[in-house]
Design a protein around this ligand. Structure first.
Ligand SMILES: [Zn+2]
Ligand SMILES: [Zn+2]
Length: 361
């Protein structure tokens, strides 16, 4: 009996040691957190002042008549999924067939389960903070890619190879929360990510009036027909080539370091900058959730690395940077996947260990 108990003790010790030694992985490989919406809308764990109210439409389906649904229809109209009604001046509060079709298009476009119902995943996507650019861009033609362009596939056509585009910050439309040097550093890194994959270089200039790309922070209605909406909701928008206007909502809690900025509604400036530069270059929204060009971004989330979908999309417009290789990108993403698999494997192993502990007890 004694050796058997020793063996059990040893096994127990190993299980506990293994459990305690579970490795820590860098935050960026943790899969995107999903906002969980329960059947009671008030328990929705979002902090979105703008669209939070839409959580009350959870489980509404075709034929439902829910007060305020016209606002949700306006949302679908704003982002390019629903045209204005032909017979009545305003949207109705009825979940009709047109709305169902719009919902199906939305779910397909956002890479959600295509159910035609306002299920929890769909409501979570709707209330998530997002980019103000409409999703009605033209899709790419590649069968396995899900990147998109603006209609007409516009791109910059400055001379020279590599092409050089200048950018400048508005001297007036600024924020106090983050200092100018940090903002410049963030944008420098964001532009560098795109420059690494296409033969285009970006140079900051102090001559705001002459820059190709003009960047500024604005509050509410700022004169381009696309007013910002306060905290969360729409975070930023940018115009297609060769316009170059790049606007950020000054009301956001912009952050360059989540260790220093503890707000629950903090938004990572670098992630949004990288996304909007994609628009400035001519990319539309992607339906690949991990892609930088996916339309929404949760608060306190950082998503700055270009994915294969982003790179393939922008290279189809500008060609490849001669120093760029897909293998290096694949390599970095494979190591990311391997780490995820390792983590999944480790969960299985930990579960087994806990099960053994349970049996031993
Ligand atoms: Zn966008
Ligand atoms: Zn604007």
């Amino acid at each position: 009996m004694f050796p058997f108990f020793s063996y059990l003790n040893l096994l127990l010790f190993l299980c506990v040691a293994l459990f305690l030694s579970r490795p820590c992985f860098p935050a960026r490989i943790i899969p995107e957190s999903v906002t969980v919406i329960t059947s009671e809308p008030e328990k929705t764990e979002t902090h979105n002042a703008t669209w939070h109210d839409f959580s009350k439409f959870l489980h509404a389906e075709r034929g439902s008549h829910v007060s305020g649904m016209s606002e949700l229809k306006k949302y679908f109209h704003r982002f390019g999924y629903l045209s204005l009604p032909e017979t009545t001046p305003n949207f109705t509060d009825t979940f009709d067939s047109q709305f169902e079709s719009a919902l199906l298009r939305y779910q397909k476009r956002l890479g959600l389960p295509v159910t035609g119902k306002l299920d929890s995943q769909t409501i979570s996507a709707i209330v998530a903070p997002r980019c103000g650019v409409s999703d009605t861009a033209m899709h790419g033609f590649h069968a396995t890619r899900r990147y998109a362009y603006f209609n007409g596939k516009p791109r910059w056509t400055r001379g020279g190879s590599p092409m050089t585009l200048t950018y400048a910050f508005s001297p007036y439309d600024i924020i106090e929360r983050v200092n100018a040097a940090e903002i410049r550093a963030v944008f420098g890194r964001a532009f560098a990510r795109w420059a690494a994959v296409i033969p285009v270089s970006f140079v900051e200039t102090a001559e705001y009036g002459r820059a190709d790309i003009t960047i500024g922070f604005y509050l509410g209605d700022h004169g381009d027909g696309e007013p910002f909406d306060g905290v969360l909701g729409v975070l930023a928008h940018a115009f297609s080539p060769q316009n170059g206007r790049f606007h950020l909502d000054a009301a956001e809690t912009w952050s360059v370091d989540f260790d220093r900025e503890e707000s629950k509604v903090a938004v990572d400036l670098e992630s949004v900058a990288t996304h909007e530069i994609g628009h400035v270059l001519g990319l539309g929204h992607s339906s690949v959730k991990e892609a930088v060009m996916y339309p929404s971004l949760s608060p306190r989330r950082k998503k700055v690395d270009l994915k294969i979908d982003d790179v393939a999309g922008v290279q189809a417009l500008y060609g490849s940077n001669p120093n760029f290789t897909f293998s290096s990108l694949l390599q970095s993403q494979n190591s990311l996947n391997a780490a995820l698999q390792l983590e999944t494997g480790f969960f299985t192993w930990t579960t087994l260990a806990l099960f053994l502990i349970f049996l031993c007890a």
